[in-house]
Design a protein around this ligand. Structure first.
Ligand code: FAD
Length: 397
């Protein structure tokens, strides 16, 4: 009985990392709300779609990653009342808390593009953004030996901003190796005026796209999908022009937002069109509810949403929560660090690491990460997954 000291909503990368750190710091009463029985290491899905890793390597039973001593409530959070300090759960129960960590991730809005929800998973359409489709991406790439391939990127904030283009490069490099690249028309549709937010990496990516003969449509978005006719509508936001293009393969990345219940709830940032949770960008504490912290994809922070960002946010949230629990002001600051491992070929990668100021923030200062590197590809495929499972999720790294 009584209030739970800390409730964590979401047992993904962020929720588990924070719970593990709080346990290590000796917090005894932690409740984790997570409906799923599976934990996913999503960064591998790019390689699953590219035919470079089997799906099962990205999966662990949820129970195996929940730290000892953390109480698991296998329910979905439906609403938070930050004044009463309660969480309403699926099934009707209510949970009370003293401190709350919001970590339910983001929502994929397949309905956000007309026709996409109906088309994905059928015909030539796939997406690495969902585990049920990622293996299909590779089936399609392998089967396609001529024709048109379209790769989309939504105009909303998204998790792993590089993922929509990485799969285009993996596909193109496969077709190059198969000697059919000249029979492929590859179109990469991007909403921004540049290929990447940080100019130094953007310039490298322009060369990568040119090398494969990829047609890059900047300031553009796929605004409709017709799965029956196998056509997409591409809208050029600079001119307003719309063009309909037939595809043989479509890799779609859906618009993304905070989960609906978060968007319509009292913790959402009114300044965020997608309803992400308000959080001080340095302390990660909610500006109006001092006993609430937000972390991971659900937090409205002006940086790219990645697991790498979560790795730097988790120690900040854990330390600041401990401060608040003992009546002190939050003492740790997050600098916006995020990283995007830009896979540019089947054996090459660019590691883009930067902070709120878009300043490069290299973990390996002695190597040139503005060059496509084989060692970085090996790092992503073989080093990062065990670092994630054994280091990050256990609160050690
Ligand atoms: P998640 O890990 O998504 O976890 C959210 C959890 O909340 C889930 O377990 C979910 O079941 C649970 N949940 C949802 N709703 C509720 C609810 N109502 N109540 C309770 N629980 C709920 N990051 C990188 O750093 N590098 C990469 O190379 C990279 N590549 C990526 C490629 C792809 C294709 C994708 C999809 C993502 C990639 N990412 C990458 C991003 C990374 O996976 C996310 O940023 C990271 O998982 C965010 O952690 P999170 O805990 O906020 O969300």
């Amino acid at each position: 009985s009584g209030r739970h000291r800390v409730a964590v909503i979401g047992g993904g990368s962020a929720g588990i990392s924070v719970a593990a750190r709080l346990r290590r710091a000796g917090v005894s009463d932690i409740t984790l709300v997570e409906p799923s029985d599976t934990h996913w290491y999503q960064p591998l899905w790019t390689l699953v779609g590219g035919g470079q890793a089997p799906l099962h390597t990205s999966r662990r039973p949820e129970g195996a990653v929940i730290p000892d001593g953390v109480r698991w409530v296998r329910r979905r959070a439906l609403a938070v009342d930050p004044d009463a300090r309660t969480v309403t759960l699926s099934g009707g129960a209510e949970l009370t808390y003293e401190h709350l960590v919001m970590a339910p991730g983001l929502q994929l809005d397949w309905d956000g593009v007309p026709g996409l929800a109906e088309a994905v998973g059928h015909g030539g359409v796939s997406s690495n953004y969902a585990p049920e489709y990622a293996p299909r991406t590779w089936d399609l790439i392998r089967r396609t030996r001529s024709g048109t391939a379209v790769f989309t990127h939504p105009a909303t904030p998204l998790k792993c901003g590089g993922a929509p283009q990485k799969i285009a490069y993996l596909a193109a490099d496969h077709w190059r190796k198969q000697k059919v690249l000249d029979r492929m028309r590859i179109i990469l549709v991007l909403p921004d005026p540049v290929m990447f937010k940080v100019p130094a990496w953007s310039q490298v990516l322009e060369k990568v796209a040119a090398r494969y003969g990829i047609e890059v449509r900047l300031r553009s978005e796929v605004t409709a999908v017709d799965g029956e006719a196998r056509e997409v509508t591409i809208t050029d936001h600079a001119t307003g022009a719309k063009e309909t293009i037939g595809y043989d393969l479509l890799h779609a990345v859906p618009p993304q937002s905070a989960p609906d219940w978060v968007k319509s709830g009292p913790l959402a940032d009114p300044a965020s069109p997608q309803g992400f949770v308000a959080a001080d960008k340095h302390t990660l504490r909610h500006p109006h509810h001092g006993d609430v912290f937000a972390i991971g994809d659900v937090a409205n922070l002006p940086t790219s949403k990645t697991g790498a960002a979560v790795r730097k946010q988790a120690p900040v949230v854990a330390a600041n929560l401990l401060d608040v629990m003992s009546g002190r002001a939050p003492s740790r600051r997050y600098d916006g660090y995020t990283s995007c491992p830009l896979v540019t070929a089947r054996d090459r990668m660019l590691l883009a690491e930067f902070d709120y100021d878009l300043k490069p923030a290299p973990s390996f200062p002695l190597i040139d990460t503005f060059k496509e590197r084989r060692d970085m590809w090996v790092f992503k495929r073989y080093i990062l997954p065990p670092v994630y499972w054994r280091g990050m999720l256990t609160g050690r790294l």
